[in-house]
Ligand binder design. Structure first.
Ligand code: ATP
Ligand code: MG
Length: 563
């Protein structure tokens, strides 16, 4: 089960799903059992919406001393891959949850589902239909018009049994026949209009190979899988509300164990897309580098970006669980992350766009070791030594030759404090005679102003970050912005609103020396610049850091905390 969320406020708020469970426990509806499940279809990587469902299902199991099964709803062989199964398991584990030995597959139930179907045929409640897919669609009717009965609907039980067995045995071509439930073609609920239970499809399955050429439809497999696993509370998203009468019909007609389905609103997040079909398209069209591109809303993308599992669980608690759909501002996700990273990240200095500074009155060879605080939020993280020497780098943006009023950083003749070090004054500017570009600044330092120990009372308005040139390491830094320019990319031209500036790569950044041993996925706060983590592709020879999130919500959508 998951670790407690160490740093973050634990706020196990009640919600309507938990209220239902509390009530069921009071009435002893399932003999005190609580058994949920998380049922992904292995046709893509999990995204932050799935994380909401995972936190809900596994969180309930944890808090009620129950169990949560991991079940792969693998009824659709043409879209499913082993790679997805593995990624799903990794993501659930990374989020901090465990399914023990309860790893199940709908495909494990194919034989049982077949027998259930035979049982329904024997009760006169299912039939083999030979309408083409288009004809079935035409017969189905609309929300306002009832459907039409299939001409094959009244076959004898014997004929249906015979045909269904021959479907299984591969005697008929793909798509030529289906098995349908015999319910009610005039039901106001279209799901009840003789839904398809099986189709013929010659396609290898990632687990059952070529054993089957008929495959159960999701609507036929799902409820029975829940029933077979003795799920108590089958929690799913709202779009399945209209399917519930069908699931209830199946288990009632079969006379088998009846789980309770409960629907909740799916997570919608601003400035991104969440459907797996669209995420797959972004991957296949090369709009991103893969499922784990740090701009993707996938769990693997968020992980690579530097998100912590704690921050995602905290986010899931904060958004709660409701019955009505809404759009959650991605700023809330980022804010949950900042709250976590603020408490745990090591502060370091890094200069993304270096400008060389020569301290003219500092000894050529001397290196002074200064004290720097690792995390002002947490003294137990201690201090480190920071080398100071004659040649430094500061951020190009921290210098202006002709500054406007209220520019409190460096300009000719003005002073600024270097974080953890001295106050320096800019004496002169060197330029490339051809281009006019500033090549270096000549400064002097005031030895009496050393941070913490200096005797000078001098005060300046600005403090900037820096690194010592000879003690810095080169790095590539990747900055990310929203993947989409608009809040809700939808419709056929959803791709038109992709943000062309969602990735900025900056080379030849200078990081403080302590980062030379940074390992993949290590997280830092680069002072004044944001939270960063070391990318998977990083190596000591070529350090690559991703900016996880800025220090403040630059989009300023919600009130700031911390920082
Ligand atoms: P998509 O619509 O993105 O293709 P899906 O619903 O088909 O996703 P599944 O693999 O079937 O994906 O989802 C597994 C579980 O996760 C289901 O119980 C589903 O209800 C839940 N889930 C999927 N998307 C969300 C979301 N955005 N918010 C909350 N739960 C979700
Ligand atoms: Mg689904």
């Amino acid at each position: 089960m998951s670790e407690p969320i160490n740093n973050l406020p634990e706020q196990k708020t009640s919600n309507f799903v938990r209220d239902i469970i509390d009530e069921d426990l009071k009435t002893n509806k399932y003999d005190g059992r609580v058994n949920t499940r998380f049922p992904p279809e292995p046709n893509g990587y999990l995204h932050i919406g799935h994380a909401k469902s995972i936190c809900l299902n596994f969180g309930i199991a944890r808090d009620y001393n129950g169990m949560c099964n991991l079940r792969f709803d693998d009824t659709n062989p043409s879209k499913e891959e082993v790679e997805y199964v593995e990624s799903i398991k990794e993501d659930v584990r990374w989020l901090g949850f465990s399914w023990g030995n309860r790893e199940y597959y709908a495909s494990d139930y194919f034989e049982q589902l077949y027998e259930y179907a035979v049982a329904l045929i024997k009760k006169g409640l299912a039939y083999v239909c030979e309408l083409t897919p288009e004809q079935i669609r035409e017969h189905r009717g609309t929300l306002t018009a009832p459907g039409k009965e299939s001409p094959f609907r009244n076959r004898s039980i014997e004929e249906n049994l015979n045909l269904f067995e021959r479907m299984r045995n591969g005697e008929f071509p793909d798509g030529s026949k289906t098995l349908r439930a015999k319910i009610d073609m005039s039901s106001p609920n279209i799901n009840m209009r003789d839904p398809i239970m099986y189709r013929i499809l010659r396609e290898s399955h990632h687990r059952t190979g070529d054993k089957w050429c008929i495959y159960p439809m999701y609507d036929w497999a799902h409820g029975q899988s829940d029933s077979l696993e003795k799920i108590t509370h089958s929690i799913c998203t709202l779009e399945f509300e209209d399917h519930r009468p069908l699931y209830d019909w199946f288990v009632e007609k079969l006379g088998i164990y009846h789980p309770q389905q409960i629907e909740f609103a799916r997570l919608n997040l601003s400035y991104t897309v969440m459907s797996k079909r669209r995420l797959l398209q972004l991957v296949e069209d090369g709009n991103v580098s893969g499922w784990d591109d740090p701009r993707m809303p996938t769990i693997s993308g968020l992980r690579r970006r530097g998100y912590t599992p704690e921050s995602i669980r905290y986010f899931a608690e904060r958004i709660g669980v409701a019955k009505r759909e809404n759009m959650i501002d991605v700023a809330l996700l980022e804010d949950s992350l900042r709250e976590d990273l603020n408490k745990r990240s090591l502060r370091v200095m890094a200069v993304l766009k270096p400008l060389k500074v020569v301290i003219d009155n500092f000894h050529d060879e001397k290196v002074e070791m200064l004290d720097a605080t690792n995390n002002p939020e947490d003294e137990s993280m201690g201090k480190r030594k920071l080398p100071f020497s004659k040649i430094l780098y500061i951020e190009q943006d921290d210098f202006m030759e002709n500054p406007p009023k209220k520019f409190f950083r460096l300009s000719p003749g003005t002073e600024v404090r270097l974080r953890y070090a001295y106050i320096i004054k800019c004496e002169s500017v060197s330029k490339d005679p051809k281009t006019g570009e500033i090549t270096e600044l000549h400064c002097t330092y005031d030895p009496e102003t050393r941070s913490g120990t200096g005797t000078s009372q001098k005060k300046v308005k600005g403090t900037i970050h820096w690194v010592s040139a000879n003690h810095s390491v080169n790095a590539e830094v990747r900055l990310y912005d929203r993947l989409f320019k608009i809040e809700n990319p939808s419709g056929d031209d959803w791709k038109a609103s992709i943000n062309p500036e969602s990735l900025t790569i900056i080379k030849n950044c200078k990081l403080e020396q302590s980062l030379i041993n940074a390992k993949k996925q290590d997280r830092y706060q680069f002072e004044r610049l944001g939270y960063f983590c070391v990318d998977y592709d990083s190596s000591p020879a070529n350090i690559i850091c991703n900016r996880t999130v800025t220090l403040k919500d630059t989009w300023a959508k919600i009130a700031k905390t911390g920082e």
